[in-house]
Design a protein around this ligand. Structure first.
Ligand code: NAD
Length: 332
């Protein structure tokens, strides 16, 4: 594609990108039926971000870069999150990760910053609220500020305890996912019934959680990993590492494939090791999340409009690039 640099052409491209990305997001989040690979979506998103960075005066509120999260669905009660559920900034290569580490280390004014590296589970973010140890409410991320109340459906996930091992009041956050084995079985069943297969386990999990009939949800064999919480006086770990220990102590499921890293080389090594292991894991991951370990430093760094400044998601390159079904034309 021949790239022109005239402002008119660039402006045109920006409008096309916004329209296309909004359409893809609708297919992905609302219909749970993506028509392009995530890497294609990310590439176009990145291009839009670059144009907007060059021309901030062109940014409009309907741009996909200005959203915290997904679109809201009808059919479930709405829940206002006690603290927004953010997305994550993306890194597509080691240089992006190194730049993130450099930026955080500089802003922290420290010589070294410790990072918790985790698998990026390809699922659906949820918030679980416990009052005095009792599971009272579960919600999707929704648009990040308001989510859908899916408590009844989440109760079908056996690894979500209805009562914690301690009488704690806390809102914990994590990812609901569909194990690969359940995904294959589900698509075989759908094939026999003449139904369209799900594109990936994430979409099957998302579709599963939004079913109106909890019995149908239970059949999807969903599972959960917790990795976050809303911090309060009652629930305030000092670090991401300590958060995991506390989540486990109160009876919540966490992913053991995590590692504290103190240097760029260690982070790189973690990414490479997980990249090699990912196909043998019983669940899909689409990258690695790198988080500042120290909670005080996380709070100092804060958030942008849509993502924490103290974390980044390294996305694996796509194994097989799908053909873009409907790409935008470059108009000169
Ligand atoms: P994201 O998937 O890039 O990352 C943020 C999410 O990661 C969090 O909300 C959380 O749900 C999840 N996560 C998993 N493991 C985690 C961990 N250990 N710690 C913290 N978070 C963890 O961002 P998003 O806003 O959820 O989705 C945007 C992505 O969706 C795009 O980058 C694109 O790949 C995909 N998408 C694809 C299409 C398409 O048509 N194919 C359309 C829209 C979006």
């Amino acid at each position: 594609m021949e790239q022109s640099t005239t402002p008119e052409a660039l402006r045109h491209r920006l409008e096309d990108l916004k329209q296309t990305l909004n359409e893809y997001a609708y297919q992905y989040y609302v219909l749970d039926k993506p028509t392009v690979a995530d890497s294609d979506y990310d590439r176009l998103y990145h291009e839009l971000e670059a144009i907007e960075q060059q021309h901030p005066e062109w940014i409009t509120s309907d741009s996909p870069t200005q959203r915290v999260g997904d679109q809201l669905l009808e059919g479930f009660d709405k829940v206002t999150h006690s603290e927004a559920m953010y997305s994550l900034g993306n890194a597509f290569n080691h240089a992006d990760v190194d730049a993130f580490i450099d930026r955080v280390t500089k802003q922290a004014g420290r010589e070294h910053v410790q990072f918790m590296c985790e698998c990026k589970i390809d699922g659906l973010a949820v918030a679980l609220t416990y009052e005095n140890g009792q599971f009272v409410r579960g919600a999707t991320r929704g648009n990040g500020v308001i989510g859908e109340n899916i408590t009844t459906n989440l109760k079908t996930i056996k690894s979500i305890p209805l009562r914690l091992r301690q009488s704690v009041s806390a809102e914990v956050r994590g990812e609901v996912y569909m194990p690969k084995q359940s995904f294959v079985a589900l698509n075989e069943e759908r094939d026999e019934l003449g139904l369209e297969p799900f594109a990936n386990p994430r979409n099957a999990a998302a579709g599963g959680l939004r079913q109106i009939n909890p019995k149908a949800v239970a059949k999807r064999n969903l599972n959960v990993f917790l990795y976050g919480a809303v911090y309060t006086e009652d629930f305030m770990p000092e670090s991401q590492a300590e958060l995991f220990t506390q989540l486990e102590e109160i009876g919540l499921r966490t992913n053991p494939l995590r590692q504290l890293c103190s240097t760029k080389e260690e982070v790189k090594h973690y990414i490479e090791t997980i990249s090699q292991q990912r196909h043998d894991l019983p669940y899909e991951i689409d990258g690695v999340v790198i988080k500042v370990n120290d909670v005080n430093l996380q709070q100092e760094l804060g958030f942008t409009v849509k993502a924490p400044r103290w974390a980044i998601a390294y996305k694996f390159p796509a194994q097989v690039e799908t053909t873009i079904v409907r790409d935008v034309e470059w108009t000169v």
